[in-house]
Design a protein around this ligand. Structure first.
Ligand SMILES: *Cc1c(COP(=O)(O)O)cnc(C)c1O
Length: 367
């Protein structure tokens, strides 16, 4: 865990110079970066409903985890948790590790990712590309304990995204994802969205968006879409912080086997369970509509956002809805974009694809 270390003299000028330089490098990376786009997902004009996608796949490390990794590194550095020459270790389903490997290399410390062996090879390659090392374990449930053990053995720091994601992020502003979305909506017909739909892995993104909305006194509501094999939905519905699930999520990046400390249920207005087949169908429809591939968690959010659009339509409401493109599809060509993989998993996306295509043509609702 992120314990206080005793092996560094924090007043040592050498350590202080290292710390300043590390913080400067992370801040400078942010200063060189541009904002991510808010794309329009076309819907029939007469509906009077606008759907937007915040495209987080364009960060230097390709996912919304770039924001999280930056926040976690700054938080850990400023807390004195990262020491020169000692590894940073993370329990990760992949994307966080890709982004953290990037920041570890930036500040010159080793990085080790502890992940389930089902993680896609493309992500493993990316972590190694950024100079990280991958430590694969049999199941997603083991990653926490193994990470803590590795940190103990090496004198390194277990970053622990599932605990610290929500508190490392500046939720009041500082160009966080929510502030950026609201600024980008300013000249739109409905600048205050009726709903923002997120998905949850750490829960950090939904917590940041929800807190910002409440802090800024917006009327926007927050929905979190949850995949199969995740306990977040049940835990939220039953108000049960001890909810668990004994199988791992098939949708990379989201769905957890336990209620993570960084998931903040009280900030969320609604949750929606989304079948994995519906997530993948929506992901594939996104490519046909926008010419852009994305990961399956983007499909989970998109399916849920489109269901909300369908409800608004049925109720005669106008307004806007926002969801996210979480990461790019090229990481999953041998997985969600492979019909063989789908067949092997017994996933039939065809009925959901048909339903979506019909809905988008104005010929029906969404179940
Ligand atoms: C982490 C992740 C999410 C969810 O974001 P959190 O802020 O961790 O809840 C969604 N999609 C992908 C691909 C992710 O890696």
């Amino acid at each position: 865990m992120a314990s206080e270390s005793t092996d560094v003299d924090r007043t040592d000028p050498v350590y202080r110079a290292w710390l300043k330089e590390a913080v400067r490098k992370v801040q400078a990376d942010s200063n060189r970066s541009a904002d991510t786009h808010l794309l329009r997902f076309p819907l029939p004009e007469e509906w009077g409903i606008d759907l937007y996608l915040k495209d987080e796949s364009t960060h230097p490390t390709g996912s919304l985890k770039h924001r999280l990794a930056r926040s976690l590194f700054l938080y850990a550095l400023c807390n004195g948790w990262i020491r020169p020459g000692k590894p940073v270790i993370e329990a990760s389903s992949g994307s966080t590790a890709v982004s953290e490997a990037y920041f570890a290399k930036l500040i010159g410390v080793p990085f080790v990712a502890v992940m389930a062996k089902t993680t896609s090879q493309a992500k493993i390659d990316l972590i190694e590309f950024h100079g990280g090392e991958c430590h694969l374990v049999d199941s997603a449930c083991e990653v926490y304990e193994v990470s803590a053990e590795l940190a103990e053995q090496t004198g390194g720091h277990y970053m622990d995204q599932f605990t610290y994601a929500e508190r490392a992020t500046d939720w009041r502003g500082n160009n966080n994802i929510a502030e950026s979305v609201f600024a980008q909506l300013r000249l739109e017909p409905h600048p205050e969205p009726a709903w923002i739909v997120a998905t949850a892995g750490t829960g950090g993104t939904s917590a940041t968006i929800a807190r910002y909305v409440h802090y800024m006194q917006h009327d926007t509501r927050i929905c979190v879409a949850d995949p199969e094999n995740s306990c977040f939905f049940e835990g939220w519905v039953d108000h049960n912080p001890d909810a668990t699930c004994d199988r791992g999520s098939r949708i990379e990046g989201i769905g957890r086997p336990r209620m993570e400390p960084s998931f903040v249920p009280g900030a969320i207005d609604r949750m929606m369970k989304v079948p994995d087949a519906a997530s993948i169908a929506a992901m594939r429809v996104l490519e046909r509509v926008l010419g852009k591939t994305a990961g399956a968690s983007t499909g989970t959010g998109l399916w849920s956002a489109l269901r909300i659009v369908a409800e608004m339509r049925a109720a005669g409401e106008r307004g806007s809805v926002v969801t996210l493109i979480c990461d790019p599809g090229d990481r999953y060509l041998d997985k969600y974009y492979s019909d063989d993989w789908l067949a092997g998993q017994g996933i039939d996306i065809a009925p959901y694809e048909v339903e979506l295509e019909r809905f988008l043509k104005g010929e029906g609702g969404l179940s």
